[in-house]
Design a protein around this ligand. Structure first.
Ligand code: JHZ
Length: 395
């Protein structure tokens, strides 16, 4: 793993603080956020990992159902899965609050969700949920209880697990002979194109490319038979995977096409990452400059969408509560709390909170379309957004 980017000391991106934590002598946990490239496997990964139980515990705040875009995306995919694959039993790794699985029959699903506060949500709704980490011992337990798991799905989860060999070995262990694996995660090519360096943080151990996924899964006799590019989460890839022995499914020409695009983009070359690093450093300077110019005019700035990504950006650019008065967010477990590192207060979303703001920093830039539609009035009345993606600018 050769380092190409240093995003400084960072707090754990989803560890929100309450008032008494701010006075506590017990310091917040920070880690050094460095990103590297492995020339052999083509994997791009953070270099200092934080143990899973420190991140995914019984207080994990992120809820995938908080955005209409994601709810719609999961609904559309569920329809497609039912029509195309007609699965008997679906296993979802990282089911979060059930935003995908709620589209399926309870008898035909199994959920894996190690964050106990989230697992309880699907359990209460009657979905069979294992509140455990995905690994070989859980795969053994599941295999002894459930036969014929013919579809495994995982969105924005596998990139969060350090030991990818254990991940794919466990998947291969439980997946039926002609079963399908669908995984979905932010796309490395889109991350580089959009200069979205905030896709790197403690939870995003990896940002995958097709080439890296292919290298990873071939050891388990798995292969990508189709790939779909999505707009969600700033540009994601959805990989459709099967066993090599399954010759009932043909490889779609999209796979070759996508691989060609990645190679043309030089995703397999270290020089690409050095260029990216330079762009990231320039972006930091520009964003700081935008904020300081606005503050000099005594204008009020608030933040919209207290994302894990914005924790990375704000800590990297040293922007704190002196610059951004507060954030607004719809997630219950983030509100009335303070953001990691910068200690900017997060208020529960209310339209009236936008009224006195001159500028809004768009933390959830990946939901720009959804948010701009919702906040049409703010924009029409002369309000401005600040976004650092793809380049720091005022919109
Ligand atoms: P969002 C999380 O990253 C963490 P984050 C995790 N590591 C991951 O991989 C991705 O998700 C998938 C709020 N919001 O999805 C809700 C509003 O308030 O970009 C969320 O807090 N109003 C698992 O945190 C945040 O913004 C709105 O109208 O970077 C969005 O977070 C909308 C649309 C969102 O993920």
């Amino acid at each position: 793993m050769k380092k190409f980017l240093d995003l400084g000391m960072q707090p754990l991106a989803n560890k929100y603080l309450v008032k008494k934590d701010l006075k506590s002598t017990k310091r917040e946990q920070f880690y050094h956020l460095e990103v590297g490239f492995d020339a052999k496997s083509k994997l791009v990964s953070i270099m200092n990992t934080v143990p899973s139980p420190k991140m995914f515990d019984n207080k994990y705040p992120y809820r995938s159902s908080m955005s209409l875009t994601m709810r719609n995306s999961f609904k559309k995919l569920s329809k497609y899965i039912k029509k195309k694959f007609k699965p008997n039993l679906i296993l979802e790794i990282g089911s979060n609050d059930g935003s995908l699985i709620k589209n399926f029959d309870k008898k035909k699903t199994l959920c894996i969700e190690p964050c106990k506060n989230l697992a309880i949500i699907t359990k209460k709704k009657g979905y069979r949920t294992y509140a455990e980490y995905w690994n070989i011992s859980l795969a053994n337990k599941i295999k002894s209880k459930h036969k014929n798991i013919d579809l495994i799905y995982s969105a924005n989860t596998l990139s969060h697990i350090a030991n990818l060999n254990s991940v794919f070995k466990s998947i291969s262990h439980v997946l039926s002979k002609n079963g399908i694996l669908i995984i979905e995660d932010p796309s490395l090519m889109e991350c580089l194109k959009k200069n979205a360096y905030d896709q790197f943080y403690n939870e995003h151990i990896y940002v995958f490319s097709l080439i890296a996924i292919q290298n990873l899964i071939k050891k388990y006799n798995l292969e990508v038979f189709n790939i779909e590019t999505l707009k969600t989460h700033g540009g994601s890839n959805r990989y459709f995977i099967k066993r090599k022995l399954n010759d009932k499914i043909k490889i779609n020409k999209n796979v070759k096409k996508h691989l060609k695009e990645e190679l043309k983009f030089k995703i397999d070359k270290f020089e690409t990452y050095i260029k990216f690093k330079k762009k990231v450093e320039a972006s930091k300077k520009k964003l700081i400059n935008i904020f300081s110019k606005i503050k000099k005019k005594n204008k009020k700035i608030i933040g919209y969408g207290s994302t894990a990504k914005s924790v990375t950006v704000l800590n990297y650019c040293n922007i704190d509560e002196d610059t951004i008065d507060f954030f607004i967010d719809t997630t219950p477990d983030k509100t009335n709390k303070y953001m990691p590192g910068t200690h900017i207060y997060v208020k529960k979303y209310k339209k009236s909170l936008l009224k006195n703001a001159d500028y809004i920093f768009l933390g959830a830039w990946n939901f720009k379309k959804e948010i701009f539609k919702k906040e049409k009035k703010f924009l029409q009345s002369g309000g401005k957004f600040i976004s650092h993606i793809p380049k720091p600018s005022i919109i």
